[in-house]
Design a protein around this ligand. Structure first.
Ligand code: NAP
Length: 241
């Protein structure tokens, strides 16, 4: 049987491109989309390219939808080989805007953490029994270099001026999940890593980003086949937490 991957937020941006590149490697990809119409369109695009992809409905904050998806993957495939936790949100990126640590509202923090952290942890936990049935389970947490406290506390870093607090803190928390889950699973076949895709032109990354989605998706795709665990990677290199 092919390797089976689940990519969250796969209807556009990095998720769509990650799904495409995994499928090009012969992986059967379940493309999770919360929006049915956009999901149908994205899946059809890849099917037209001859790729083995399937649409699955998933609003990551909806635990009932996660439960249905676990059942569906179990009954259809009996395992999950690759989980790409890609879905994510960011409110106002500007340093002095609504997302500055000085003034950010609790609702913005909660909404951001709900999607980028709590739902991701819960979904991953629910997928673990299926990942344990894989010969080589891989969990790829799509983080960001903006979540690196080493980078954020270095005034000389080009990234340290970009401080949307809710987003950056949610990615720091996600990185912590990567480290802790990798340690918890160290005696299993499952490897867990965090990814910085680069600054990429997507709805979230904006038009000024230097990279396009195919380049940005490469790090996530490469981590589906590595043998290390508990690392934070960009473009083949380890980066600081
Ligand atoms: P994007 O184009 O805005 O795509 C985000 C995806 O996440 C969309 O498919 C979106 O679905 C989905 N999503 C958001 N909230 C969701 C929810 N509650 N349930 C289900 N799906 C949800 O952004 P992107 O740049 O591709 O981002 C993908 C990941 O890369 C994110 O985790 C982001 O933090 C990370 N990242 C991006 C960059 C960059 O420069 N672009 C840099 C570092 C890290 P809808 O279409 O329904 O909104």
């Amino acid at each position: 049987m092919n390797r089976i991957a689940l990519v969250t937020g796969a209807n556009k941006g990095l998720g769509l491109e990650t799904a495409r590149q995994l499928a090009q490697e012969g992986v059967t990809v379940l493309m999770a989309s919360r929006n049915k119409e956009r999901g149908i369109e994205a899946v059809q695009k890849l099917k037209d390219e001859g790729l083995d992809v399937e649409l699955v409905q998933l609003e990551v904050t909806n635990s009932a939808e996660v439960d249905v998806l676990v059942q569906r993957i179990d009954s259809t495939y009996g395992k999950l080989d690759i989980l790409v936790n890609n879905a994510g949100i960011m409110h106002g990126g500007e340093p002095t805007g609504v997302n500055s640590a000085e003034i950010v509202k609790a609702e913005v923090l909660r909404e951001t953490f709900d999607v980028n952290f709590f739902s991701l942890v819960s979904l991953t936990q629910k997928m673990l029994p299926l990942l344990k049935k894989s010969e080589s389970g891989r969990i790829i947490n799509v983080s960001s270099i903006l979540g690196s406290n080493t980078v954020q506390s270095d005034e000389n870093s080009p990234w340290s001026g970009i401080k949307p607090f809710a987003y950056n803190a949610s990615k720091s928390a996600l990185n912590s999940f990567t480290v802790h889950l990798a340690a918890a699973l160290k005696n299993t076949n499952i490897k867990v890593n965090s990814v910085h895709p680069g600054w990429v032109q997507t709805e979230l990354g904006g038009k000024n980003a230097p990279l396009e989605a195919p380049e940005g998706a490469k790090t996530s795709v490469s981590l589906a086949s590595v043998d290390f665990t508990g690392k934070f990677i960009h473009d083949g290199e380890e980066i600081a937490w």
